[in-house]
Design a protein. Structure first.
Length: 369
């Protein structure tokens, strides 16, 4: 590739020198210093300029086609989500329309110097206005553009619409420099509330989970990987703890900023599991991943999270095997309101249950007094 660029650079330099030389000849003619020999040279130079421009266009077309075909190996494979394939389709429709227009317009531009090059005795036609032509080249692009815009708007509205009621809700939070994930438990399938003022890394409550909400009792978290089901809508509730981050799942065609103080969301439906992709690509080591696409600081490069797409049955089994956050951090029972402590107790490990019962009974007695 470097050699080709070098050759093109030399060609451009040579053409520049030639054009400068011919310009000097043209100036002599304008100043009345040309003779028949110089007129002949001027006609010859027009021919060579016209041919050179068209050859340049042919070389450019060959280079564009070659670069596209050569780069295809680095393209992402077919999208692994339903909306992803739809957006890909309209992307390539738009690219096709643009490229057709690009090749038609530029082919004419580089052909005109040959067809309309200077010839002795030929006179340019004064043609300042044509209503018919102006209507044609205004209406046709307007119709094509409107079709692309409204098609894209329809897809965009569909993607950004509210998630289906049966969607699996998962919260993903960006912080310098990692992703953390919180799932609703299997008992109520609802995420508990959170409050940024409750964030306490020293006690592991990095999400700021609010234990006054009983829905939070069975929530569980992960900081190493995220699991989602295949064939079921997934609603990502996205937030950031410190600076601007961005959730990017390239194979799912998912991208949404994580903004501090302004929760965002994105829903999609994956229809290719991790195992499906490994078979399709013949790559047993393939894995989906979530990356951050906002420069969020020195450790930005490390914000990579493994994404595992399970079959629906496997996903449900995996969820039941997870341990609720409250079970792993029984000290947070102190944050639970007195009237909900008995309900939260079932999520505390059995070894601590007796002690917790005593604490709850003592608290109830104190409240009664």
């Amino acid at each position: 590739m470097t050699i080709i660029i070098g050759i093109l650079a030399l060609v451009f330099v040579a053409l520049t020198v030639i054009v400068i030389g011919k310009t000097q000849d043209l100036l002599k003619g304008v100043q009345g210093k040309s003779d028949e020999t110089e007129d002949h040279q001027l006609d010859s130079s027009n021919d060579w300029n016209a041919i050179g421009l068209f050859i340049f266009w042919i070389v450019t077309v060959v280079g564009l086609v070659w670069s596209f075909l050569d780069a295809r190996k680095d393209f992402l494979p077919e999208a692994s989500s339903i909306h992803g394939r739809e957006t890909d389709f309209w992307f390539w429709v738009s690219m096709s329309v643009i490229m057709v227009a690009f090749f038609i317009v530029n082919s004419l531009l580089f052909y005109f110097p040959i067809k309309y090059k200077f010839k002795e005795g030929h006179k340019a036609t004064f043609y300042p206005h044509n209503n018919k032509l102006e209507v044609i080249w205004t209406v046709i692009p307007a119709i094509v553009m409107a079709g692309l815009v409204f098609s894209g708007l329809r897809v965009w509205n569909k993607i950004m619409d509210d998630a289906p009621e049966d969607a699996e809700v998962i919260e993903i939070m960006g912080r310098q420099f990692a992703w953390e994930v919180r799932y609703p438990g299997v008992d109520d399938n609802k995420l508990g509330d959170y409050d940024y003022r409750l964030i306490d890394d020293a006690k592991s409550n990095s999400f700021g989970i609010d234990f006054s909400d009983p829905n939070s009792f069975d929530d569980f978290t992960s900081a190493t990987e995220i699991h989602i089901p295949k064939g079921k809508p997934v609603l990502l509730k996205i937030r950031a703890r410190d600076v601007l981050h961005s959730v990017f799942i390239p194979h799912m065609r998912v991208k949404m900023d994580a903004v501090p103080g302004m929760p965002t969301k994105f829903w999609f439906e994956a229809d290719k599991s991790t195992e499906d992709m490994r078979k399709e690509l013949n790559n047993p080591d393939f894995n989906y991943e979530i990356a951050c696409t906002e420069i969020c600081g020195r450790g930005h490069f490390s914000m990579r999270l493994l994404l595992i797409v399970d079959e629906l049955e496997d996903y449900e089994i995996w969820k039941k095997e997870q341990t609720p956050f409250l079970s792993m951090n029984p000290d947070f029972i102190e944050k639970v309101p007195d009237n909900l402590k008995a309900r939260a107790l079932k999520y505390i490990e059995s070894d601590d249950s007796d002690a917790m019962v005593e604490v709850i009974e003592a608290t109830i007695e104190e409240s009664a007094e």
